[in-house]
Write a protein that binds this ligand. Structure first.
Ligand code: NDP
Ligand code: MG
Length: 394
């Protein structure tokens, strides 16, 4: 058997570590080319040594020295910064895990597609900001993008052997996050610690907070449109507190196909890793006889304004997704830093979207990497400007 050449970007994070867990269980089947991380140098070096990677890269140049020291005598290359990340992403491999958090994942993902690799895409932000660009690049280089987000993996699996033109609707489920049952008034007081704990999923801090605010679901609604090419009116969200049904696909004959599984990202990562085959995965098997009752209900758009905004973003199109994501990433920074409240995040993003709309030639320009980055920069700068000049914020 020929070993699969693999690179993992965002290897030190929650998705990256779950990917490594699967690879480690079937070690001879893989040849690890590049592993990237951010600030967690100890984890990066440890995994690079264990998996005998060719190169380990930290995104931050100031951390090159500690990475070099940790890899001394191992024969593994140590590198740091954007240029090094891009160089590593351009090395030929068969399969790439895109698990960097935020728009920082976009360029490595594009580079991986340019060399024809299969891109397992956890980094939904890149699809939200630059879906057309990613898809164009994939098709130009005969590369493939596979979903890793649990909902999108579920949709993808429900669509095997089906014709997308026969799909009537796609329903993605949402756990409701940490504040599922909180009334609007109480949400104003939500703290960072409260927003950082998820009832069902164990994930990185940023996506956990995004789950509480439903910004994560908002990104996923847009991700659904980009991945499957359906009309926004065909995409529905249902709150499903048990997180066992990940998505449902409704066909024109009224049939609903759903995907169920324990809330464990190794399901979706493993499916993308082994696709088009299925292999045994170390995930809990559901016993529906003893599982909690499955509940579903419509989300309250007043409590979750991010969800409403995602439909506005899709109807505007163009670079609106880049403005939305850029503003969302920056308000999250401010919430984590304690400068703004939980509900301020959505209202600030809404304001910035209105401003982006009013800027001639911003969101309606052609999609290119430069234009995506320009729109992202505009959105972040606007958030910073409002937060620093308004007396409402600390
Ligand atoms: P984590 O925060 O756990 O990990 C993020 C990874 O990105 C880490 O390796 C981190 O390095 C690295 N990183 C952070 N900042 C930068 C940067 N500026 N440049 C390059 N690398 C950076 O996130 P998750 O694993 O939870 O999420 C990763 C992606 O997967 C996100 O896009 C998320 O939306 C998506 N996703 C996650 C799911 C989950 O269950 N966790 C489910 C579905 C999608 P370090 O830690 O060393 O600083
Ligand atoms: Mg998801």
């Amino acid at each position: 058997m020929v070993a699969k050449r693999v690179s993992i970007f965002g290897a030190t994070g929650s998705i990256g570590q779950n990917t490594i867990d699967l690879i480690r269980r079937d070690r001879p089947g893989y040849n690890i080319v590049a592993l990237s991380g951010g600030r967690n140098i100890a984890q990066l070096a440890c995994d690079a040594i264990d998996l005998q990677a060719d190169i380990a890269i930290t995104a931050f140049e100031d951390l090159l020295e500690p990475l070099r020291v940790a890899l001394t005598g191992t024969g593994i290359e140590a590198a740091a910064g954007q240029t090094a990340l891009i160089e590593a992403a351009s090395r030929p491999v068969d399969w790439v895990m895109s698990a960097i958090v935020g728009i920082a994942g976009l360029l490595p993902g594009l580079k991986a597609l340019e060399q024809g690799a299969t891109l397992a895409l956890a980094n939904k932000e890149s699809l939200v900001c630059a879906g057309a660009l990613l898809k164009e690049t994939a098709s130009k280089h005969n590369a493939r993008i596979l979903p890793v987000d649990s909902e999108h993996s579920a949709i993808f699996q429900a669509l095997v052997g089906e014709d997308i033109t026969e799909v009537e609707r796609i329903i993605i489920t949402a756990s409701g996050g940490a504040f599922r049952d909180w009334p609007l008034e109480r949400l104003k007081t939500a703290t960072l610690a409260q927003a950082s704990s998820h009832p069902n999923w164990d994930m990185g801090q940023r996506i956990t907070i995004d789950s509480a605010s439903m910004f994560n679901k908002a990104l996923e609604v847009i991700e659904t449109k980009e991945f499957f090419g359906v009309d926004p009116t065909q995409i529905e969200v249902l709150v499903h507190p048990q997180s066992l049904v990940h998505a449902l696909v409704g066909f024109k004959d009224g049939a609903l196909m759903s995907h169920l599984g324990a809330p464990d990202m190794r399901h979706a990562i493993g499916y993308a890793l082994h696709w088009p085959q299925r292999k045994d995965l170390p995930v809990q098997r559901l016993d529906l006889g003893t599982a909690p009752a499955l509940e579903f209900y419509a989300p309250d758009l007043e409590r979750y304004p991010a969800l409403r905004l995602s439909y506005e973003v899709m109807s505007k199109g163009g670079l609106s997704g880049a403005a939305f994501n850029g503003a969302k990433e920056r308000v999250l920074d401010h919430f984590i830093a304690g400068r703004i409240g939980f509900l301020d995040m959505a209202s600030l993003v809404e304001t910035v979207l209105e401003q982006a709309d009013a800027q001639t030639g911003l969101i309606e320009t052609a999609m290119s990497l430069d234009n995506v980055m320009r729109t992202d920069h505009f959105a972040r700068t606007e958030v910073d400007r409002i937060v620093s000049t308004s007396t409402t914020y600390k």
